[in-house]
Design a protein around this ligand. Structure first.
Ligand code: TYC
Length: 104
């Protein structure tokens, strides 16, 4: 027997498009410190966050002057991975660079 939902012409009570949840998005931020080199921060912004040289330099200077700055906005899993990659690369080079995420 065919389920009612699958009968030709039957339509669900709830319109699917009314039920769509946009995935939460997270800002990934770099924090300033006195020891990480500017060159390393620019490299992280280029390689992990795919910024141009000019944009990476702009963000690095903003973090240096204001204390923190947004590197990008991503779904949770991608943001978490970027934070981990930044910390792993910074620690392996001996830098105390910190990176955090917060809901956008
Ligand atoms: N303040 C660092 C310096 O003067 C540079 C720096 C910029 C460090 C951004 C961290 O997220 C950072 N060498």
């Amino acid at each position: 027997m065919t389920e009612p939902y699958h009968q030709p012409g039957a339509s669900p009570d709830v319109h699917l498009e009314d039920n769509i949840q946009e995935p939460r998005r997270y800002k990934v931020l770099l924090l300033n410190d006195d020891y990480t080199t500017m060159e390393f921060v620019v490299r992280i912004l280029r390689e992990v966050f795919k910024k141009s040289e000019a944009e990476a330099t702009r963000i690095m200077r903003m973090v240096h002057e204001l204390g923190k700055g947004v590197c990008g906005v991503y779904p949770a899993e991608i943001a978490e991975t970027k934070v981990s990659v930044v910390h792993a690369r910074a620690r392996s080079e001996g830098f105390p660079l910190r990176c955090t995420m917060e809901e956008a």
